[in-house]
Design a protein around this ligand. Structure first.
Ligand code: FAD
Ligand code: SF4
Length: 499
């Protein structure tokens, strides 16, 4: 009997379940760097570089540790897998659960000449089964309740059964707009080594649809480098992470954010290690609780919740379109060529780096997509193409649920919809914009404004079923009919001009 382990591209951790299930290091291990994967949908070029370079580095590390590793660079995944099973005479193939539904379905549908064992994914704090047990006992699935349960379950920032600082949530201290000179810290970046450079050269000449620039590529590609990014965040960024979590500034791609999602999602860092490191820094260095709690909430709360929910909801979740939004996604999402400065800045940054921080994703990209009525599945596909940290499990709940409210409120208690007021308050983008954030109609009117009111009016019936929207809908009722008509006309004209 020969057990073989197939390590998928986002499972790059020596203790991942399939490797850990082998008693000794003599089981053959397979990696497949597949061109077919890159052709399934367009990806950001830096994502392809990151995944393939990190795979090559991790395969080398396993080899050095004594595992017999095959690294297949193949046109097609299934052929490479079958060839390896035959060559190594594998009788049992072990794979850790990929989490992403399309990949799981593909794997389970393979008719392999050996036994297939899929092991539970141990790269999250909550298993799918534990989340399901938690969720099935509740009427609502609020993140806040889940997060508190996680704090208790994993004993993070707790004093006996009470939260440290006597509050679970310090969010209201964490919404400072950007004012004056901010002195943001420099992120920990890396120069590409030979392995990464070879992958960059490959990606540059692939000749398939991709998004964004492959260079300059500055991301970490090994666990050791990812740990350096974590340390830099803890020592130089975490103390100010909280207050400016929501702020956006031209030319400041990263602010005080952690830049950890690419590594967490690849398996280079484990979420528990990240949470424990932040808690340790709080205890040892007296860091501000609003920053530390704010960060831990993201990893222990939001990240685990998004994955748990993805595994819990029906398979059609990604196809939902509660508002029946059908507008096509404008071409400028792919080029960044748009006069709206906020969208231009964030799309341009995403092309250059594959990264935008949470509020840029939520309150610029998806807020605009929601109020302008773009089709949710087209928006989801764009996000998947645009971001270095995109995977099906994290994309569906964030884009369909949080960003677009296309699930009808399973995840969020109200749509994240806002006019230019929010962008003007939380960023400096409006200062450099040809539109006026105060105007609702007219030549200089900001599209966030007329689309915001047009959205409230168009979706009034659905929105009034959401209790938290009633105050805003009262403002809509106070609007003069001719103002509303002008707003609707301007929204229509905008769509015509952007087809
Ligand atoms: P920080 O702001 O420093 O946060 C720390 C960590 O918390 C992140 O690294 C991430 O692991 C975790 N986290 C925080 N919020 C979330 C969340 N809502 N879902 C999952 N993890 C979270 N995250 C992805 O990993 N991949 C995506 O493709 C992705 N797409 C998104 C799309 C939309 C529309 C929205 C609103 C959010 C999306 N997010 C996604 C969540 C979040 O924006 C990113 O995780 C975060 O911006 C990554 O940057 P950071 O590491 O600097 O995060
Ligand atoms: Fe964006 Fe409107 Fe501000 Fe321009 S004025 S940056 S379009 S919110």
């Amino acid at each position: 009997m020969t057990i073989g382990v197939w390590v998928l591209g986002n499972q790059l951790w020596p203790e991942q379940a399939a490797l850990a299930s082998c008693q000794t290091k003599d089981a053959p291990v397979l990696f497949v760097e597949s061109q077919a994967f890159a052709q399934e949908r367009p990806y950001h070029r830096q994502k392809l570089v990151l995944v393939w370079s990190a795979m090559r580095h991790f395969a080398d590390e396993l080899k050095e540790a004594g595992w017999p590793v095959t690294y297949a660079i193949a046109a097609d995944t299934e052929t490479a897998l079958r060839d390896w099973i035959k060559a190594e005479e594998i009788t049992e193939l072990r794979v850790m659960d990929p989490v992403d539904h399309p990949c799981s379905a593909w794997l389970e549908g393979l008719d392999l000449p050996c036994k297939l064992t899929i092991l539970d994914n141990n790269h999250f704090l909550w298993s799918a089964a534990d989340f399901s047990t938690w969720a099935s006992k509740r009427k609502g699935l609020l993140m806040e309740s889940f997060y508190r349960e996680g704090r208790k379950r994993f004993d993070v920032l707790m004093e006996d059964d009470q939260p440290v600082g006597d509050r679970w949530n310090f969010d209201k201290d964490n919404r400072q707009p950007p004012k004056g000179k901010l002195n943001t810290p420099t992120p920990r970046w890396f120069e590409p080594d030979q392995v990464t450079q070879a992958v960059i050269d490959k990606v540059e000449t692939l000749g398939i649809p991709t998004f964004g620039n492959a260079t300059p590529f500055k991301w970490a590609v090994t666990r050791e480098q990812a740990l350096q990014v974590l340390e830099t965040f803890i020592i130089e960024r975490l103390d100010t992470f909280g207050p400016y979590q929501d702020a956006m500034v031209t030319g400041e791609d990263t602010m005080w954010h952690a830049l950890l999602s690419p590594y967490l999602n690849l398996g280079l860092l484990h979420p528990l290690a990240v949470v424990e490191r932040a808690e340790k820094a709080f205890l040892e260095h007296d860091l501000p609780l609003n920053s530390v709690e704010g960060f831990i909430r993201q990893v222990l709360g939001w990240r685990e919740y998004m994955r748990g929910l993805y595994s819990y909801v029906d398979a059609d979740y990604g196809d939902r379109n509660w508002f029946d939004h059908r507008q096509p996604l404008p071409e400028f999402f792919w080029t960044g060529q748009v006069e709206m400065n906020c969208l231009h800045q964030v799309i341009d940054q995403t092309q250059r780096t594959g990264y935008a921080h949470h509020i840029q994703r939520l309150m610029i990209l998806s807020n605009f997509s929601l109020i302008a009525g773009f089709n949710p599945q087209a928006v989801k596909d764009w996000f998947h193409a645009a971001f270095i940290d995109a995977y099906d499990w994290v994309m569906q709940t964030n884009v369909i649920g949080m960003g677009l409210f296309a699930d009808g409120g399973l995840l969020a208690s109200k749509p994240y919809a806002s006019s230019a007021n929010y962008v003007n308050k939380m960023s400096d983008y409006c200062k450099g914009c040809r539109y006026n954030p105060k105007d609702r109609t007219g030549e200089d009117a900001c599209p966030f404004n007329f689309f915001y009111w047009d959205f409230l009016h168009r979706q009034r019936d659905k929105l009034q079923t959401q209790g938290r929207m009633s105050f805003i809908l009262k403002n809509l009722d106070r609007m003069e009919p001719e103002d509303l008509e002008a707003i609707q006309q301007q929204a229509k004209d905008w769509h015509q001009a952007h087809r």
